[in-house]
Design a protein around this ligand. Structure first.
Ligand code: ZN
Length: 457
């Protein structure tokens, strides 16, 4: 049976309202109810959840049919009230770009819901522009918080965010301390503070010392900064700094790096999200590598039309339907990744579960015969050859891999040859490797600054 009990949470002395006939302050009440809403959908019975999702899909399709000729063409003569999602065509990136260019937002001023224009961070080619609503932004905040309640994570731990930011800082980083990270519930539960560190080519020793100065708590950081930090101060950071959990952002986490955290009993918890739709799935707390789909936000399908074989596991394209995408509808949207999907998780969670997620920005090479193979170069392999400050590897053609690097010193001919040899070893085909030494990498609007991306997938 369900038991709701606040005895394990630190409810603040000033948590409740002083008003007559009132318990919680309205803002707190709304946030608590919103969290419970999402928990009920994502952890409740499958039948209820699927019924709710069907209703949401019908609502969204009816909205599309009434507001958009682009969507009317896709829906055709089908009845939106009983339409099977699988009958709609896949929404490719170019389709999305065309819809936004010709129709802008499908939520308009009379709807009285704020909209904002966002874009994906394409490191090359055309960034995808799309509209998000105020509801989407509110959802993302609440859903982020809900994960702490789903897993029963301690709210009193601090949060430390390491963010790559190309600015000039003394020692290459800047620390800002902020209040609670609990959003609207900060006046209700005792919660830890937020430490926001922006960095750009940081002095690693000094950054490690800065991190160890305070309890770290929940650490949100890219593997690319974690690797050098652990090389410098593994013991200090993993065992003696109050590190509760690492939530990697940006790129995938190498198994050997995960193992270092596992050895010290520090959980690593990734999430799978996309700028276009927000959260897609959260890593299972019991089975690393399995991701519970955020069913209050999206419906995920795997398209078997284009299968790939990843170390003996068959993967298909990830199609995402964002249930609240009223400003720019994303229905069966090809997000550019591959994965496998199971109906349930081995942990017992009765909901769709993704694994083997990989994609455009996640370590894949595309070949001229259209086959796709894994490609993963470790940071440490590059560092053994040259003392790098920053790098970016891209597949720019069927037979071309390009590496741009900023090095501390001049790059010798011998180092170049070794880099080319290393990258060729990682490609399963005979690729041409171009090495380009640059002063700074021009990331453009690419906020994620991924070490690798495939520009042709
Ligand atoms: Zn699970």
């Amino acid at each position: 049976m369900l038991r709701i009990d606040f005895s394990k949470a630190e409810v603040l002395k000033s948590a409740f309202s002083a008003q007559a006939m009132t318990f919680c302050e309205p803002a707190v009440k709304n946030a608590l109810v919103a969290v419970i809403d999402l928990l009920a959908i994502e952890t409740g019975t499958r039948a209820a959840r699927e019924e709710w999702q069907r209703a949401q899909i019908n609502n969204l399709l009816a909205h599309c049919a009434s507001r958009s000729s682009f969507w009317r063409r896709r829906i055709g003569s089908r009845n939106v009230k009983s339409l099977d999602l699988h009958l709609l065509p896949i929404l490719r990136r170019r389709d999305l770009i065309a819809q936004v260019a010709s129709e802008q937002s499908l939520l308009r001023a009379p709807d009285r819901i704020g909209v904002a224009l966002h874009s994906t961070s394409g490191s090359s080619g055309m960034p995808t522009k799309f509209y998000v609503s105020a509801m989407n932004m509110e959802y993302n905040n609440i859903r982020g918080m809900a994960q702490y309640f789903i897993e029963g994570r301690e709210l009193t731990k601090p949060k430390t965010l390491l963010q790559h930011s190309p600015e000039h800082f003394a020692d290459g980083f800047n620390v800002e301390r902020k209040g609670s990270w609990l959003y609207h519930l900060d006046s209700f539960f005792a919660s830890g503070g937020t430490k926001h560190i922006k960095y750009f080519h940081p002095a690693i020793r000094k950054l490690a010392t800065e991190l160890a100065r305070d309890e770290i708590g929940y650490l949100i950081a890219s593997p690319r900064i974690i690797e050098p930090l652990l090389r410098e101060a593994e013991e200090e950071l993993l065992s003696n700094s109050g590190l509760s959990m690492w939530m990697p952002i940006g790129e995938g986490v190498d198994d050997s790096l995960r193992e270092k955290f596992a050895q010290r009993g520090v959980p690593v918890r990734s999430s799978y999200s996309a700028e276009e739709v927000g959260l897609i799935a959260s890593e299972c707390e019991f089975t690393p590598g399995k991701f519970h789909v955020a069913t209050s936000n999206v419906v995920v399908e795997i398209d078997r039309g284009e299968k790939i074989d990843m170390n003996g596991v068959e993967l298909g394209r990830v199609l995402v339907t964002h249930l609240h995408s009223y400003a720019t509808p994303m229905i069966r949207y090809d997000i550019g990744d591959f994965a496998s999907l199971a109906a349930v998780c081995p942990c017992g969670h009765d909901g769709p579960t993704l694994s083997n997620i990989c994609g455009r920005t996640k370590s894949l090479l595309k070949h001229a015969d259209q086959s796709i193979t894994p490609f993963y170069v470790r940071n440490s392999e590059l560092l053994e050859i040259v003392n790098l400050r920053e790098y970016r590897i891209r597949q720019t053609g069927y037979r071309t891999i390009k590496i741009e690097l900023c090095a501390q010193d001049d790059v010798t001919q011998c180092q170049r040859s070794r880099l080319i040899e290393l990258l060729k070893r990682h490609c399963t085909d005979s690729f041409d490797v171009e090495v380009q030494v640059v002063k700074e990498i021009d990331w453009g609007s690419d906020r994620k600054r991924l070490g690798y991306r495939c520009d042709i997938l």
